[in-house]
Ligand binder design. Structure first.
Ligand code: PLP
Length: 461
């Protein structure tokens, strides 16, 4: 059975936000934490496949997948059926204190598709940050080393440990210090912004070598480093893929110094890039991966998957009451069925379909400096001056807002990139509709910007 829904396109019936949405926004402003970042006032009511209906009956195409979560689309019938069946049988029995078989079934299933040779072990949590906390604690426990290396631009979550690895936006750290000690951030390669005239691979390797040539040479003894946490495609950093040469060099450094290589696949994993894991595009085998978001189509579940010999901690070292909840695991097993059967292949095909159309945009479209990514994890970087590559975050935001008003849900990523990340069951027809509107949005924002720039020019200039 395929979940792909053919639609004529978004249906916007009211001014946005509509009257019901307006009421929700007012109440939200009264009671909900103001720390959340909302790009535009979408008030969701129902979802089916790629379509989200809001509280005023407007229908949108979701090209953000609830931040790369609804991998099988909204409310995929097989996932819904699995959740309903499990909820009627057993909702909770804390797998950290008792046993239930589906924890093993999912573990074995993930072991079969892991990006490194087995045997493996799994730890279950509820969120991406919890999978990172597990990897962080386990890396220290197993290696008996303290230091952790992470990258500028990385986003690994917001709990104190995960936040210490995150270096994405200053607001995420502001007034929360001191964070966890022992974390050192180093540069992540950005091929689009590499020094003029340099070879992409040589540049990427030189970025990785900073670790040995500077950090290990002047600051930290490598034998005290437990792990390097890396995203094979930086997600919140701007949908930035790391070249394979960079990942190979990180692997070499890890092997040389007995450091664990942890790939954070929270956003890039579960078939989104056309392979199960983004790191598989680089040919590198990590020691551990962290999984969340797309694994259970929206049910809270995360996994830290490691080579078995690394998970050598003893009872009492780490656990979580809800981690690996039976309902979330049932959703994950159904999700993997859908992804294995059609979603991952479709992500690859639709990624190619979209790239065919947008890869020339840096030459043909205003404001677009770079287009990159794999499968359905694609980024469009906005610049106000293509020669100088001047980041244009505000213009990106305007494009995102324009598209929302026309019925397509996009989200930004990083300072000035727009992410294209629809559910993996999206159809070519839906991609074409979403790209038509994106093109329209970019041209409209560029025209306004151009006009504004002219108005702003000093007379006689
Ligand atoms: C790569 C990566 N790691 C970790 C996280 C944190 O996940 P969560 O928000 O579920 O804690 C995110 C969330 O965006 C992420 O993109």
């Amino acid at each position: 059975m395929t979940a792909t829904i053919s639609v004529a396109g978004p249906k916007i019936r009211t001014k946005l936000p509509g009257p019901n949405a307006q009421r929700v926004l007012e109440n939200d402003a009264r009671i909900i934490s103001p720390s959340y970042t909302r790009s535009y006032p979408l008030v969701a009511k129902r979802g089916r496949g790629v379509v989200i209906e809001d509280v005023d009956g407007n229908e949108f195409l979701d090209f953000s997948s609830g931040i790369a979560v609804t991998s099988t689309g909204h409310c995929h019938p097989e996932v819904v059926a699995a959740i309903q069946k499990q909820a009627a049988e057993l909702i909770h029995m804390s797998g950290t204190d008792f046993y239930y078989e589906s924890m093993i079934t999912l573990g074995d299933r993930l072991s079969k598709i892991a990006p490194m040779a087995g045997p493996h072990r799994v730890y279950y949590g509820n969120s991406g940050a919890e999978a990172i906390e597990c990897a962080l604690k386990l890396a220290r426990y197993h290696t008996k080393r303290q230091h952790i290396i992470a990258f500028y631009g990385a986003f690994h979550g917001r709990t104190m440990g995960a936040l210490s690895l995150t270096a994405s936006k200053p607001q995420q750290h502001r007034r929360f210090s001191p964070l966890m000690p022992g974390v050192t951030h180093i540069p992540y390669p950005n091929v689009y912004r590499r020094p003029e005239g340099t070879d992409a691979d040589e540049y990427a390797v030189s970025v990785a070598r900073f670790l040995e040539e500077k950090v290990f040479a002047t600051d930290i003894a490598p034998e005290e480093v437990a792990a390097i946490f890396v995203e094979a495609i930086q997600g919140e950093g701007g949908y930035l893929p790391a070249p394979a040469s960079f990942m190979r060099e990180i692997r070499r450094i890890c092997d040389k110094h007995g450091i664990l290589m942890v790939c954070d696949e929270v956003q890039s994993g579960c078939g989104r890039t056309g392979k199960w894991w983004a790191v598989q595009h680089t040919g590198v085998e990590p020691d551990m991966i962290t999984i969340a978001k797309g694994i259970a189509s929206g049910m809270p579940l995360s996994v830290c998957l490691t080579k078995a010999e690394i998970m050598d901690w003893v009872p009492g070292s780490h656990a979580s009451t809800y981690g690996g909840n039976p309902v979330a695991i049932a959703a994950a097993l159904a999700t993997l069925d859908v992804l294995e059967r059609e979603g991952m292949k479709n992500a690859e095909a639709m990624g190619k379909h979209i790239l065919k159309r947008i890869s020339k945009w840096p030459e043909t479209m205003p404001l677009v400096g770079d287009v990159r990514g794999h499968g359905l994890m694609l980024g469009v970087e906005f610049v106000s001056d293509k020669a100088k590559k001047t980041p244009a975050g505000e213009l990106r935001d305007k494009v995102v807002e324009y598209a929302f008003e026309k019925g397509i849900l996009y989200l930004g990523a990083g300072p000035n990139t727009l992410r294209i990340a629809p559910p993996l069951i999206v159809s070519a027809e839906q991609c074409d509709i979403a790209l038509d509107i994106l093109e329209e949005a970019i041209r409209a924002v560029a025209a306004l910007h151009e006009k504004g720039a002219k108005v702003g020019q000093p007379s006689g200039a």
